[in-house]
Design a protein around this ligand. Structure first.
Ligand code: KG4
Ligand code: ZN
Length: 342
C-alpha cells in the first residue's frame, strides 16, 4: 500500500511517501527554525501560516522524487495530535481534502506513535516487546510496547520535557534556538567534572522524571559564573557538558530501571533528544552490560518528519483503520488511548 504522510504538529512541515512493499520512496522537510529563532521559540500562528505555504509544494516535490502519480497513492496519513492545534489543522485539512478528491482513505496519526515507530524504517528494526524512551520537545515518557497500539505508560516527566529543558537551559545561557543541538555541540569542548549538577529523581524509586530543578541549578551556576566575570566560551561549554551529563545519566538510570521492571532487554529511543550522541553512547554502554540492544532512527528521523507519519499511518490503514470526513485534531492525546492494530 502506497501512503502519503503529512506532519505539521509544530515547526516542521514534513511530507513522505511510504510503500508497504518497497519501503520509503521519498521524503521532504521544511524546517521553520529560522522563522522562529528571532523569537527564541515557536510562535504558533506563524507556524500555521508557514505550513500552509509549504505543504503543496512539498507534496509535489515528493511525488516528483518518487516518480509517482497522485492516482497511485492509496491512503493518506496526517498527524492528528498532540501538537499546536492551528498547525495540526493545516495538515489535517489538507489530508482530508486530498483524500476526498482522490477518493482514498485517510488516517489521523498520533505524533508520538510516529516517533516511536520511526526506528522501524531502519535496516534492522527492533522486535516487540520493548521499552521505549520517548524524548522530544513536549514529551519525556517511558512506555512498554507489546505491539503497534499496545502501549502502557511506565513513567513520564512531572514538569519539563527533556527537550524543553535543553531548550530553556540553552536560552538562559545565551545559546540559540533550538537549544538541544547547540548544547550538544558546545558540550563536546566542555571539561567533564568542572561542574557537578544534580541527577533529578534518581535517588527515589519509580520511573517519573523532573527536569525543572536541574534547569534552576544550571541557571544558578551560570549566574554565579557571570557574577565572577567567568562567563566565557570555555565556562559555557563546561556547564553545558555538566547539564548534558546530568540529563543523560538520569535518562539512563530510568531506562535501566524500566527494563529491569519489565524483564526486557530491548530499548527503543525516539524523538528529537534521541539524536543526542552522548545519550546514545550511555544507553549503548548500559545495554551492552545487560546483553541487550538499543534501537534508534537515523538523525533526521529522530526529529519531526513526514516519514514516521507515513509509516505509522500505513500500518493502521493496512489494518483497516480510517477516519470519517470530519477534520479533527487534538492538542493533547494520551498514547494509551490508541487502539491496537487488530
Ligand atoms: O521530536 P522533536 O523534533 O519535536 C517534538 O515533537 O517536540 O524534538 C525537538 C526537541 C527540541 O527540544 C530539541 O532541542 C531537541 O529535540 N533536540 C536535541 C537534539 N536534537 C534535537 N536535544 C539534545 N540533543 C540533540 N542532539
Ligand atoms: Zn516530535
Amino acid at each position: 500500500m502506497l501512503v502519503l504522510g503529512l506532519e505539521t504538529s509544530c515547526d516542521e512541515t514534513g511530507v513522505a511517501l511510504y510503500d508497504s512493499q518497497r519501503g520509503l520512496l521519498a521524503d521532504a522537510l521544511f524546517s521553520q527554525i529560522d522563522l522562529h529563532r528571532v523569537y527564541g521559540g515557536v510562535v504558533p500562528e506563524l507556524a500555521s501560516r508557514d505550513h500552509i505555504k509549504r505543504m503543496l509544494p512539498l507534496i509535489e516535490q515528493v511525488l516528483a522524487e518518487a516518480q509517482c502519480r497522485p492516482s497511485e497513492i492509496e491512503g493518506i496519513a496526517y498527524t492528528a495530535g498532540p501538537g499546536l492545534v492551528g498547525a495540526l489543522l493545516v495538515g489535517a485539512s489538507c489530508a482530508q481534502a486530498l483524500a476526498f478528491a482522490w477518493d482514498i482513505p485517510s488516517v489521523g496519526v498520533h505524533h508520538m506513535e510516529g516517533h516511536l515507530l520511526a526506528p522501524m524504517l531502519e535496516n534492522t528494526p527492533p522486535q516487540f516487546p520493548f521499552v521505549a524512551l520517548l524524548v522530544s520537545g513536549g514529551h519525556t515518557q517511558l512506555v512498554r510496547v507489546d505491539g503497534i497500539g499496545e502501549y502502557r505508560l511506565l513513567g513520564e516527566s512531572i514538569d519539563d520535557a527533556a527537550g524543553e529543558a535543553f531548550d530553556k537551559t540553552a536560552k538562559m545561557m545565551g545559546l540559540r534556538y533550538p537549544g538541544g543541538p547547540e548544547i550538544a555541540r558546545i558540550a563536546e569542548q566542555g571539561v567533564p567534572g568542572r561542574f557537578t549538577l544534580p541527577k533529578p529523581m534518581t535517588d527515589r524509586p519509580g520511573l517519573q522524571f523532573s527536569f525543572s530543578g536541574l534547569k534552576t541549578a544550571t541557571l544558578m551556576a551560570w549566574q554565579k559564573c557571570i557574577a565572577a566575570g567567568d562567563d566565557g566560551e570555555q565556562t559555557r561549554a563546561d556547564l553545558a557538558r555538566a547539564f548534558q551529563t546530568a540529563v543523560v545519566a538520569t535518562l539512563t538510570i530510568k531506562c535501566q530501571r524500566a527494563l529491569e521492571q519489565e524483564g526486557l532487554t530491548t530499548l527503543v529511543i525516539a524523538g528529537g533528544v534521541s539524536a543526542n550522541q552522548a545519550l546514545r553512547h550511555s544507553l549503548e554502554n548500559m545495554l551492552a552490560k545487560r546483553q541487550g540492544q538499543v534501537f534508534y532512527a537515523r538523525p533526521e528521523f529522530c526529529t519531526d518528519n513526514g516519514a514516521m507519519i507515513a509509516y505509522a499511518g500505513c500500518q493502521r490503514l493496512l489494518a483497516g483503520q480510517k477516519e470519517g470526513q470530519s477534520i479533527h485534531v487534538r492538542a493533547r492525546w494520551p498514547m494509551e488511548e490508541l487502539p491496537p492494530l487488530v
